[in-house]
Ligand binder design. Structure first.
Ligand code: SF4
Length: 422
C-alpha cells in the first residue's frame, strides 16, 4: 500500500470509529486500488459440502448464532456446485500463477456428505486444477463418524484430518452433545484412538479445542496431549462487543483468557521436550521474533481464503455469522462469479489491508504487529461494524506481554551465556 498516513485517500480507507459507520461496508475500494493495493489471491477454499450436523453444540456459530441462513441451504453440495467450484479454483490458480492451494472439507459435519460425494469433490477439484497445481485437502470433523472406512478413504486421497475435542469427558460433553443431550466424548476419543494409534496416524492434522474458562487450562492441555496431536488449536469462543463471549466483560481490565492461555504457555514452553505444536502460542513467538505467522487470528497477514456454501454461494469466514445475519454473505455465486470478483468485495479487501484496516486504538498500540487487532470476528460492535479493537483486547495484550517477557528473559540468558563463552 502506498500513500501517506494522513492523505485524504487514507481517510476513505481506514476505519473512522464513528458510531454510525458500519465499517467496512462503506470502504472505498476504488480509493484502495488507486492507492496501489494489490490483491492477494485466495489460496484456501473452505467447501461446505454438508450444511447440517449430527451434534448440537451449544456454542456453535452456525446453528446457535443470529444467522439462521443455513436453514435455506440444501443439505449437501450438489455435483453441479462441486463442478463450478472446481473450475473456479482452477481458474483462480491459473490467473494468479498459484502452484499450490488448500481445500478444507467443512460443514456442518462434512462426513455426513458420505464417502461418494467426498471422493467426488476431491477428485473433481484435483482434476480441474491439473498436474501443475498441488491441492492439499483437509477435513475438519467432529469425529463421531470417523470409522475405518473413512480413514481408508482419506488415506487414498491424502486428506489431513482435524478433530474437535474440548478436553476430558466432562469438559467436552459440557458443550458438544447430540440434540437429545448425549455427550460425544466417547465416540470422538474412540475415533482419535483409531487415527492417532493406527496406520493412518500421518493423516492426523490436529485438535481444535474451544476454551471454556471453567476447565483447568493445564489439565485440558495434558488431556489433549494424551491423543498425541501434532498440533493443538485453542480457540477463543466467538463473541463481540455487542454479544460478548462467556466471561469476557467488555472494557473490564480482567484477563481471564490470557491467564488461561498463559498457564498453557508455561506448561508447553517449559516442557523439556516439545510434545506438540500449539498454534496460537507459536504464532505469538514467531511474530515477536519478527516472522510471519499466517493469516489466521493474529498478526497483519492478509486473509486469503473464502467459503463456498452447499448451494454455491460464495461467503466469507463462517464465524462472521456470530456478528449479525448476513455478515458472512457476499451476494456472489460460483456459477456466475469468478473468485477475482470476490477479491474486490469490500470485506475481503478490508481483510487484506493490514494495519490500515485497524481501528485507531490498535494502530496506536505497541503490540499491534503481533496482535493484529485480534480475530476480525471479535471486533464487531453494532453501529461501528468491525472498526474496533478485539473484544478480547485486554486478554490479547496480557497474553502477548506474558510470552514476550519469557522470550526476552531467555534471549538475555542466551546473550549472557554467549558473552561468557567468548
Ligand atoms: S492488544 Fe488491543 S489495542 Fe493492541 S492491537 Fe490488540 S486489540 Fe488492538
Amino acid at each position: 500500500m502506498t500513500g501517506g498516513d494522513d492523505d485524504a485517500r487514507g481517510a476513505r480507507i481506514r476505519p473512522q470509529n464513528r458510531p454510525d459507520s458500519n465499517w467496512p461496508s462503506g470502504l472505498d475500494v476504488d480509493a484502495v486500488v488507486a492507492g496501489g493495493w494489490t490483491p492477494v489471491p485466495f489460496r484456501n477454499f473452505v467447501l461446505k459440502i454438508f450444511s447440517r450436523c449430527d451434534l448440537d453444540c451449544d456454542y456453535c456459530y452456525m446453528y446457535r448464532g443470529p444467522d439462521q441462513s443455513w436453514r435455506d441451504q440444501p443439505r449437501a453440495m450438489s455435483r453441479a456446485v462441486v463442478g463450478w467450484t472446481a473450475r473456479r479454483i482452477s481458474e483462480h490458480a491459473a490467473a494468479h500463477g498459484l502452484d499450490r492451494v488448500g481445500v478444507v472439507l467443512h460443514g456442518g459435519e462434512p462426513l455426513l456428505a458420505g464417502p461418494d460425494l467426498i471422493a467426488h469433490t476431491i477428485t473433481a477439484v484435483r482434476e480441474a486444477a491439473g498436474p501443475r497445481v498441488r491441492v492439499d485437502v483437509s477435513v475438519q470433523t467432529n469425529g463421531t463418524r470417523l470409522d475405518d472406512d473413512y480413514l481408508a478413504l482419506f488415506a487414498r486421497h491424502g486428506v489431513r484430518i482435524g478433530i474437535s475435542l474440548d478436553g476430558d469427558r466432562a469438559a467436552h460433553d459440557l458443550h458438544r452433545r447430540t440434540a437429545d443431550g448425549h455427550g460425544s466424548h466417547a465416540r470422538v476419543t474412540e475415533a482419535l484412538h483409531r487415527l492417532s494409534g493406527g496406520p493412518h496416524r500421518a493423516l492426523f492434522g490436529g485438535l481444535l479445542c474451544t476454551i471454556d474458562l471453567r476447565n483447568d487450562p493445564v489439565g485440558t492441555y495434558r488431556e489433549l496431549l494424551r491423543h498425541r496431536p501434532p498440533l493443538v488449536d485453542f480457540l477463543l469462543p466467538h463473541g463481540n462487543w455487542t454479544t460478548p463471549p462467556p466471561g469476557r466483560i467488555p472494557d473490564d481490565p480482567a484477563t481471564p483468557y490470557a491467564d488461561w492461555l498463559a498457564a498453557v504457555f508455561d506448561e508447553w514452553y517449559g516442557a523439556p521436550v516439545r510434545q506438540t505444536r500449539v498454534r496460537v502460542l507459536e504464532q505469538i513467538l514467531t511474530l515477536l521474533l519478527g516472522g510471519r505467522a499466517g493469516p489466521e487470528g493474529l498478526g497483519l497477514e492478509p486473509t486469503a481464503y473464502l467459503v463456498v456454501e452447499t448451494d454455491g454461494r460464495i461467503g466469507q469466514d463462517d464465524a462472521l455469522r456470530t456478528a449479525y445475519p448476513g455478515a458472512a454473505a457476499t451476494g456472489l455465486h460460483v456459477a456466475r462469479d469468478a473468485f477475482d470478483t470476490a477479491l474486490r468485495h469490500p470485506p475481503f479487501v478490508a481483510r487484506q489491508l493490514s494495519a490500515q484496516a485497524l481501528a485507531a486504538p490498535c494502530r496506536a498500540c505497541r503490540l499491534h504487529r503481533v496482535c493484529g487487532g485480534g480475530h476480525y470476528v471479535h471486533r464487531y460492535r453494532a453501529g461501528s461494524g468491525f472498526a474496533n479493537p478485539s473484544v478480547y483486547c485486554p486478554d490479547l495484550y496480557a497474553l502477548i506481554s506474558h510470552v514476550r517477557r519469557r522470550l526476552t528473559a531467555d534471549i538475555a540468558d542466551l546473550r549472557t551465556a554467549g558473552a561468557g563463552a567468548a
